[in-house]
Structures are given as C-alpha cells and as structure tokens.
Design a protein around this ligand. Structure first.
Ligand SMILES: [Zn+2]
Length: 126
C-alpha cells in the first residue's frame, strides 16, 4: 500500500500531468491543421511509459525513506501481472503491456538493491 501511494505522490511531485499537457498542446499548435492523431497517441504512449518508470523509482525512494518495505510496489506489480495472466486478460491487451510491467518490476528490483547498498555503505562509513 505504501508503495502505491508513494508512486502516486511521485506522479504529482514530478508534475507529470502538467508536463504531458504542455507537450501535447505544443505539438498540436506546431502542426496546426496537419496534426497526425497517430503521432500524438504514440507520443502520449511513450511519455506515459516513461512517467510510470520515473514515478516507480521516486515512489520506491519515498517509501524506503519513510521506513516502509520498498519491495511493496514491485510485489504488487508481480501479483497484478499474475492476475492478468491467470485470467487471460493479456489476450485482450497488446503484448507489450506484459513486457512493460515486467520491465518495470526488473527495473524496481535493481533500483531497490542499489538503494539498500548505498544505505549500508553510508552506515559503515559513520
Ligand atoms: Zn503511475
């Protein structure tokens, strides 16, 4: 739970909604009437994936610094992924959604081990 709240707080503190809005509006105003809807959707999709990863990293950082188990978020994503697979929901979604969630989990596990190592190093230096 703490991990999910940390993730959502990170979206807010990184000002993701505002960034996305300005980026898309900027793109549309540059193109005028020649705006390609597919290109806008692609831009949105890429930026949303990027924002998810940023919010994951920062959310786990907040969670860890607040004294909670940083593995809460990747554990939740793993259960979520299992649920989607076991219920055949991925057949309805694009296959890259599966890759995206797996990439997020791996990325988070690596980040958490780095965080914990840094903490241990600074502890032994004191
Ligand atoms: Zn998110």
């Amino acid at each position: 739970m703490a991990g999910i709240i940390g993730h959502e707080i990170a979206h807010a503190s990184l000002r993701h909604v505002s960034k996305l809005y300005h980026e898309v509006m900027g793109y549309i105003s540059n193109r005028g009437n020649g705006t390609d809807t597919t290109a806008v959707l692609l831009l949105l999709n890429n930026r949303l994936e990027e924002f998810e990863q940023d919010a994951d990293t920062m959310g786990v950082f907040y969670t860890y610094k607040a004294g909670f188990d940083p593995n809460g978020l990747p554990d939740f994503l793993e259960r979520h992924l299992d649920f989607l697979i076991n219920n055949g929901i991925f057949s309805l979604l694009r296959f890259d959604s599966y890759i995206t969630i797996s990439v997020r989990i791996n990325h988070l596990r690596e980040y958490i081990s780095t965080l914990i190592k840094q903490e241990q190093n600074s502890f032994y230096r004191k």
